[in-house]
Design a protein around this ligand. Structure first.
Ligand SMILES: CC(=O)c1cc(-c2ccccn2)c2ncccn12
Length: 121
């Protein structure tokens, strides 16, 4: 058998791992953990053209699909904006998405990122 040498994780992947875990902690009900299905959300796939959720973001990190922090934060914003668009303003999902977006963007600001990077320097 051919042993695949485990490449050590790049600094970007380590940072994205850290940020994903921090963002998932801000979704205690796990509303954003898995793809939204048409079964739980009628008509979802015809309203939301680019679905996104934390499990998909995790898979993209593991497949090295993110080449920059901007691509990662773009998927995070997309995930929140989908929920803001599909769910009426008076639903738990719409409210949770707005709160998650605001908290998430605080994590992705330059000085917050510098604090995340500090231990790596
Ligand atoms: C994120 C989102 O839009 C969402 C998550 C869920 C959800 C997530 C986990 C368990 C149950 N529902 C949901 N249900 C109905 C309508 C919308 N949603």
């Amino acid at each position: 058998c051919v042993l695949k040498l485990k490449q050590s994780k790049s600094p970007l992947i380590k940072l994205l791992d850290h940020l994903l875990r921090a963002l998932e902690k801000r979704d205690p009900h796990q509303f954003f953990a898995w793809p939204v299905t048409d079964d739980i959300a009628p008509g979802y796939s015809s309203i939301i053209t680019k679905p996104m959720d934390f499990s998909t973001i995790r898979q993209k990190i593991d497949d090295s699909e993110y080449l920059s922090l901007m691509e990662f934060s773009g998927d995070f914003k997309l995930m929140c904006e989908n929920a803001i668009k599909y769910n009426h303003v008076d639903t738990v999902y719409h409210k949770a998405a707005k709160k998650l977006l605001i908290n998430g963007m605080k994590l992705l600001t330059p000085d917050s990122l510098l604090r995340s990077l500090k231990p790596m320097s």
